[in-house]
Design a protein around this ligand. Structure first.
Ligand SMILES: [Zn+2]
Length: 155
């Protein structure tokens, strides 16, 4: 559990990079054998790219590092519950375990709307732990949207 918090803090660091770019603050790290092998943060607006979610960036980097599309025995830490696209990629990459900060009731596909990580019909299921540093992760999101509303009011 302490290790989960340690790596979630690394994911939060990534999310803060997105925050600094005025992107929705979502961050992700992938851990293999006690080492971070991929990091990513949301860059959707700045890259003008739907695929620029934190998880996909981290998966791309981890795959490069492992020299393999399979990320078996890896754990993915993400500050916000993954969407349908990223949950799909997690299953495709055969990631062993997913650790989530806070849930995303309107778009999450690791339990909120559905749980793509645990569909018996697919050939892979990922273990799931939720609520790690949940308050910090959700406060970061709330603060971001609060500031965004303030900025819009001023315009
Ligand atoms: Zn996503």
């Amino acid at each position: 559990m302490e290790l989960d918090e340690k790596y979630m803090r690394e994911a939060i660091k990534q999310a803060k990079k997105a925050y600094a770019l005025e992107e929705v603050p979502i961050g992700c790290v992938i851990v293999y054998d006690g080492k971070i092998i991929g990091r990513g943060y949301n860059r959707r607006t700045i890259d003008k790219n739907t695929l620029a979610h934190a998880e996909l960036q981290a998966i791309k980097k981890a795959s490069r590092k492992m020299d393999d599309w399979r990320l078996e025995d890896c754990t993915l830490y993400v500050t916000l519950e993954p969407c349908q696209m990223c949950s799909g990629a997690i299953v495709q990459a055969r990631i062993k375990r997913v650790v989530v900060g806070c849930m995303n009731p309107k778009a999450g596909c690791a339990g909120s709307i559905l749980n793509l990580l645990d569909m018996p019909e697919f050939n892979h299921q990922a273990e799931l732990t939720t609520g790690v540093l949940e308050t910090e992760c959700s406060e970061m999101m709330k603060q971001f949207f609060r500031e965004l509303r303030e900025k819009r009011k001023k315009k």
